[in-house]
Design a protein around this ligand. Structure first.
Ligand SMILES: Nc1ncnc2c1ncn2[C@@H]1O[C@H](COP(=O)(O)OP(=O)(O)OP(=O)(O)O)[C@@H](O)[C@H]1O
Length: 307
């Protein structure tokens, strides 16, 4: 571990592990290494350069993660990067600590979430995603394992190792290449077509489905089978699970998990929802009836709660 990192931080216990990174809690040893006195602990993600090789290197440019995180910081729903260190074998990123269970663990331990809770999480997630897209960044690996929560319960989108900067508006570049996690990846990615930032809205739609059902919408025994199910994009709501889910939530899922990316909702269409739910927004007004009102009320409560 680099001497400079050990000079600035006490490295503590392991708190997470992914394909490329080991994440440990750390404590700043100098005031200048701490973002504020309110953050006695941070996290250090150590990316093993040797684990990032061959095909992985194409999808995980080592420098992309710190570069993109710096470009996007600060945002209340994104993990902030405070420092970066490099030695011959590792890249070490000092990040905000998220010491509550991630969304994957939360759903695995308590099962499907009640709609107001799922709406509260989705509002924060889409606020983070819209911020990324406004800065021309596509995350490309939105999944429950990368949805973390800080000690105040606030959502922090993590793991920008697969992200790509495409620029914005008319100038936005198209992406190619299968990047992501089988259950969460969008059909245009699996099909090998060019794609853009809407792939993140698809993945967020899968996350919403998982929060409400406890399992993903497109399933299979192997990656190949899952990819086949994603390509068919045949969205079903098994009554045993979805009987108690509102029609408004199912409509929203259909609009996020729309196979045609040009007809899929954009993250920006959620921004009123993220800031302060705007009832004029088409997907809210289109719900109609009591369930729409119920969802609007739920989301208003949720939005007030997260501010
Ligand atoms: N800032 C953090 N605070 C607490 N835990 C974290 C933090 N960052 C990451 N983790 C935990 O460590 C795990 C691995 O981190 P991360 O996903 O960033 O690594 P990775 O190797 O890039 O992952 P992947 O295999 O998805 O590419 C996460 O799933 C999460 O549980």
């Amino acid at each position: 571990m680099t001497e400079a990192l050990k000079r600035d931080y006490r490295i503590c216990e392991e708190i997470g592990r992914g394909r490329f990174g080991v994440v440990r809690r750390c404590e700043p040893l100098y005031p200048s290494a701490a973002p504020s006195s309110a953050a006695p602990s941070l996290a250090v993600k150590s990316i093993d350069k040797s684990a990032v090789s061959g095909d992985d290197l194409d999808s995980h440019c080592l420098l992309t993660e710190p570069k993109v995180m710096s470009l996007l910081s600060p945002h209340p729903n994104l993990l902030r990067i405070h420092n970066a260190y490099e030695d011959s074998s590792h890249l070490h990123l000092v990040l905000d600590l998220c010491d509550s269970p991630d969304l994957h663990r939360a759903v695995a331990s308590s099962g499907p979430l009640p709609e107001p809770e799922a709406a509260r999480i989705l509002a924060q997630l889409m606020r983070a995603v819209a911020h990324c897209h406004r800065h021309g960044v596509v995350h490309r690996d939105i999944k429950p394992e990368n949805i973390l929560f800080d000690s105040r319960g606030r959502l922090r989108l993590a793991d920008f190792g697969s992200a790509e900067v495409i620029g914005g508006g008319e100038q936005a570049a198209a992406l190619r290449g299968v990047v992501g996690t089988p259950h969460y990846v969008a059909p245009e990615v699996v099909a090998g077509r060019e794609y853009g930032e809407k792939v993140d809205v698809w993945s967020a739609g899968v996350v919403l489905y998982v929060m409400l059902a406890g399992f993903p919408p497109f399933r299979g025994e192997s990656a190949v089978e899952i990819f086949g199910a994603v390509l068919r994009a045949n969205l079903r709501f098994p009554p045993r699970v979805f009987r108690s889910v509102s029609a408004a939530a199912k409509d929203l899922l259909r609009m996020m998990l729309c196979r045609d990316a040009s007809r899929r909702l954009s993250a920006d269409q959620f921004s009123p929802f993220g800031n302060m739910l705007d009832a004029r927004h088409p997907w809210v007004t289109n719900y109609g009836g009591a369930e729409a009102t119920e969802l609007i009320i739920q989301l208003r409560i949720s939005t007030v709660y997260i501010l």
